[in-house]
Design a protein around this ligand. Structure first.
Ligand code: LMR
Length: 397
């Protein structure tokens, strides 16, 4: 069969890391994939994760299957994390969570669940969005549409366009929203704007599906859940895909969750029964290790305190790198106002570097940037920032 088939193109983000690994230039810099790096350029295991793993080794008694929806203690911890400890939605029992292998599976399971009962629903993503949204939702069979989001002229959110577009989305269609730290632009809605979008969803009947992969990378774990709280309070169906790759550094453990919020506890019970059938026919039941680690950390106050400190360190280092990048580009005399980089949030910045500049950076200086100019700020360190800024100055001449 394969004789007549053309190879698929490499993945626009993970494919870049493959190329980076092969690059022999000792000064190479990977600003591509969204993986946190510390000041030494490495991605260490968080201290709280190491401690939880040691404890897990001691207390774990079996490797037997988890339930289809995963570990219930983990699911409850995820709900408290994404909705807040005193959430009415939790008290009222109108939320269910299935532990999923990473944010990607959480998105796919949620997408399959909705499509099972509404096969004509279209799915709307922001323009631009994480490249893999198109892949995941396309593979789930959705027709994908775009709503306005980013304005490249002022490098900011085009909120009027977003509201106009979302006003026209038919009831029953699915709208994917980045709960915080928009990927790839780094441009988020204000709290007031989130309230307006949640009201619009309740009024018009489209279904919000929040991708929540960067909780804690914006302003903090509690602050970053504002959008989720608004949709939960609206009393409508709502979906949340969580990833713990970034905020727990559990990238290769694939720890995530899909949460379904409904207007009543009875509906939540029905949703969970179908969620289980979707999981069962995809991967049967989830892998345990990463989720059990996250669960231990979330449920033990000492580990949780260490986690929040480590998360704050990651967030602050990225913010500092934003400042240093702006200063470095200015010091190199690069034409333009780069102050917008400091206003963006999360791991990424839409740098505004053209595809031509991106290509030159890679070819001439082994600096890897995702097409469209998205850079991962965490790839910058005190030791490579001058090299990167000088290379940008050269490439933009
Ligand atoms: C990214 O956007 O770089 C990350 O979410 C990693 C990925 O899977 O694309």
């Amino acid at each position: 069969m394969w004789k007549s088939i053309q190879p698929a193109p490499p993945d626009s983000i993970l494919g870049l890391t493959d190329e980076f690994r092969k690059d022999k230039n000792p000064e190479k810099v990977n600003l591509g994939v969204g993986v946190y790096k510390d000041e030494n350029g490495s991605t260490p295991i968080l201290r709280c994760v190491k401690a939880a793993e040691e404890e897990l080794v001691k207390i774990e008694k079996t490797k037997s299957y988890l339930p289809i929806s995963g570990d219930p203690v983990y699911a409850a911890a995820v709900q408290r994390l994404i909705l807040g400890e005193s959430s009415d939605v939790i008290k009222d029992g109108r939320v269910v969570t299935a532990h999923a292998p990473g944010g990607t599976c959480a998105l796919r399971v949620g997408a399959d669940l909705i499509r099972k009962f509404n096969p004509v629903a279209k799915l709307w993503v922001s323009s631009p969005t994480w490249a893999n949204h198109n892949g995941i939702f396309g593979a789930a069979g959705y027709e994908i549409k775009q709503y306005g989001y980013y304005n490249p002229q002022n490098r900011d959110l085009d909120f009027d366009l977003l509201m106009n577009d979302l006003l026209k989305v038919p009831a029953g269609d699915v709208v994917v929203l980045h709960a915080c730290c928009h990927n790839p632009s780094g441009v988020d809605l204000t709290n007031g704007q989130w309230q307006q979008v949640a009201e619009l969803a309740a009024r018009t009947g489209w279904i919000p599906f929040l991708d929540f992969a960067y909780q804690g990378f914006g302003d903090g774990v509690d602050e970053d859940r504002f959008a989720v709280e608004q949709f939960a309070a609206a009393g409508i169906d709502c979906y949340v895909a969580s990833s713990f790759s970034k905020n727990f550094g559990l990238y290769n453990e694939r720890a995530g969750a899909i949460t379904v919020i409904t207007p009543s506890a009875d509906e939540a019970t029905v949703a969970m029964s179908h969620l289980k059938t979707v999981v069962r026919t995809n991967y049967s039941n989830p892998p345990a290790h990463g989720a059990l680690v996250a669960s231990l950390i979330l449920n033990q106050s000492e580990l949780r305190t260490v986690w929040l400190e480590e998360l704050a360190d990651m967030r602050e280092r990225i913010k500092n790198m934003r400042k240093s990048l702006v200063q470095g580009l200015n010091a190199q005399g690069v034409d333009g106002d780069f102050s917008f980089i400091e206003k963006q949030r999360g791991m990424f910045s839409f740098s505004g570097w053209s595809d031509d500049v991106v290509a030159k950076l890679r070819k001439d200086d082994s600096i890897y940037v995702v097409g469209g100019g998205r850079i991962n700020l965490a790839g910058l360190t005190r030791s490579n920032i001058e090299y990167v800024c000088a290379a940008v100055a050269k490439a933009m001449k």
